[in-house]
Structures are given as structure tokens and as C-alpha cells.
Design a protein around this ligand. Structure first.
Ligand SMILES: [Zn+2]
Length: 320
């Protein structure tokens, strides 16, 4: 049977093991946060607690992480466990295209400013764990950092030829999006795919402004666009893909429930959407689980979810 039929069958029969085997993409995953609690428990003595209740802000999320996760993983060994775990979790979940990478700040903080060490770490983990997975190496920027520092930190990344995309994340309100134009201009000249987190906490207009100012190819989240038919039509007409993470949106109180997730509305307007994990270590959100959750509460039919799965594969040049 073809993957399409198998995928539909897996959803209809609640067959989680079969669902994991079907090829899918994860285009919104924060590398070391893409490791699962189960993996950490298996390969260390550390027991990360389940997220007990919904979080209400990025501050609450960072507090939860520093209380329950960060202190264990400040060593090189700890970070390596998380990075290898991210690749292993993706592999086990049938992810065939994984877009993850490092924050430009991380080069100085974790690798003594030696970018060859950073690259060797990521490439080594990929080769060791899942060489068959198409690993798209991303460069990350935190929105609260001063532009001058980001420019300086990004410089060594621009000298390399192994990076695929750039993303911007953390506090959406830290500073105006137009401040990042010089950085995205350089990224565009380099040929990187241009993405940014926007419309998770902000508005539909923020999504449109970010796409226009930074010439984005894709948006991470962008769910606030569902509040504006004008912006949805504009995203559809300009073929801007939204890489959406449903469980994360619920657990960060961006959306009331999976049932009410605006991904349905965006899809109905013809906006191209994909389904992704965000931070598996916090949200228990491997991509297969996200598909199953959306199916179980009837947000989409199995064949609609299959179409969304194919969007992810097609956008990255993978065809079935
Ligand atoms: Zn994210």
C-alpha cells in the first residue's frame, strides 16, 4: 500500500505505531527541546516532570524550563544527550525532513566561538543517529538581543555553506520587526530560507508586516492571521506557508483547545499549513501525536491531514 493509504488507515484505526512509520516533516522544532522526556529517562537518571497545567506566557515557559530542565543540561554531555535525543525522537517518529539548528548566541556560549565545533557537533549527531533523515541546518536569532550583537554573532555563520534557513524567536514584543531587516538581507543574499516566529502572541497585521519587512518565505506559528480574512487571503495569494504547532499553542494558552485551533480556518482559506512539534520536551508533541490529536477531535479528516503531510514533504522537494 502507498503511504497515503497507510497514513489514513493509521489514523482511522488509532494505530500509533503505523502512524510513526509514515514519512513526515518537522519544520518547527527547537533542537535540544526536541528531545522527549521518555528518551531522557531511558538514557539518564533524570526524570523531567510532565507539564502540569497550561502556561500563560513565554516567561512562565522559561521559568518552567529553568526549574525542570536547564540545570541538568548545562554541561556538554547534557547538551549532547538532548541533541542526540532530538535526532532519535525524530527518526523514531518517521520524520524524514528535520529543520533544526543553533542560536547564533550558542556558538560563543557552548562552543567557545569555534563554529567548526558547532557544525561538527550537529553533523556528528545527525550522522550517528539518523543519516537517512534530511537534516536542514537552521540559524537562530533571539528577538530580545541587540541587533549589533546579533550581527556580530551571525558573521561566522554567514562564512559557512552548510546552513539552510534562518529563524527568529523568543519574545515577539521585544523590538520592532523592521530592526531585523539588515540581518535578513544578509541571510537572503546567502540563499537561506527566511522564517520567523510571528503571530503566536502578536496580531494578524504583525504576521503580514513581518513577511513584508523581512521577505519571509515561511512563518513559524502565524496563527493570529486567522483573525483577519484579509491577511489570510494575502498569505494564500503570496504562497506563504505557516509551520504550526497545535499542542504548544494550547499549552501556552494561545488557543483554547485543539478542537478550536484556528489551523482549520487557515486551511479553509487556502493558506498552506504544516503540522510540527515546537518543544517536545515540554509539550509531548511529536509530529505523529499532533496528527492523531487533530484527527481524534475531528478538526480534520484523515485525508485532509494527509494533504497537510504532503505539503510539508512537497515544500522540501520530497515527493511520494
Ligand atoms: Zn517555536
Amino acid at each position: 500500500m502507498r503511504n497515503t493509504e497507510l497514513f489514513i488507515q493509521a489514523l482511522e484505526n488509532s494505530d500509533k505505531e503505523l502512524l510513526k512509520k509514515i514519512p513526515k516533516t518537522d519544520l518547527h522544532n527547537h533542537s535540544t527541546s526536541g528531545c522527549s522526556r521518555e528518551y531522557i529517562k531511558k538514557y539518564s537518571s533524570i526524570n523531567i516532570p510532565k507539564l502540569g497545567e497550561k502556561l500563560k506566557s513565554m516567561d512562565e515557559m522559561h521559568q518552567w524550563m529553568s526549574k525542570n530542565i536547564d540545570s541538568y543540561f548545562e554541561t556538554a554531555e547534557g547538551r549532547n544527550l538532548l541533541l542526540e535525543g532530538c535526532f532519535q525522537v525524530a527518526k523514531d517518529d518517521g520524520v524524514v525532513v528535520l529543520e533544526v539548528g543553533e542560536d547564533v548566541w550558542g556558538n560563543g556560549n557552548y562552543y567557545n566561538g569555534d563554529i567548526s565545533k558547532l557544525i561538527a557537533h550537529y553533523k556528528g549527531a545527525h550522522k550517528k543517529i539518523c543519516p537517512q533523515v534530511d537534516f536542514r541546518f537552521q540559524v537562530g536569532l533571539s528577538r530580545h538581543c541587540p541587533i549589533k550583537l546579533l550581527e556580530e554573532w551571525m558573521e561566522p555563520f554567514l562564512m559557512q555553506d552548510c546552513f539552510y534557513s534562518i529563524d527568529l524567536y523568543c519574545d515577539e514584543f521585544a523590538q520592532p520587526i523592521k530592526n531585523f531587516k539588515p540581518l535578513y538581507k544578509k541571510a537572503k543574499e546567502k540563499g537561506w530560507l527566511l522564517k520567523a516566529h510571528v503571530g503566536e502572541w502578536g496580531t494578524a497585521d504583525d504576521v503580514k508586516e513581518a513577511v513584508e519587512e523581512l521577505e519571509l518565505n515561511e512563518v513559524q506559528h502565524g496563527i493570529a492571521a486567522a483573525n483577519s480574512p484579509h491577511v489570510m487571503n494575502w498569505l494564500r495569494d503570496n504562497k506563504i506557508q505557516l509551520n504550526i504547532t497545535p499542542t504548544s499553542n494550547v499549552l501556552l494558552s494561545r488557543v483554547e483547545s485543539i478542537e478550536k485551533h484556528p489551523i482549520r480556518k487557515l486551511y479553509d482559506y487556502g493558506v498552506r499549513v504544516t503540522i510540527n512539534s515546537d518543544d517536545i520536551i515540554i509539550f509531548d508533541s511529536e509530529v505523529s501525536k499532533e496528527y492523531m490529536r487533530l484527527y481524534e477531535v475531528k478538526v480534520f479528516t484523515a485525508s485532509e491531514l494527509n494533504q497537510i503531510r504532503l505539503y510539508g514533504l512537497e515544500s522540501r522537494g520530497h515527493h511520494e
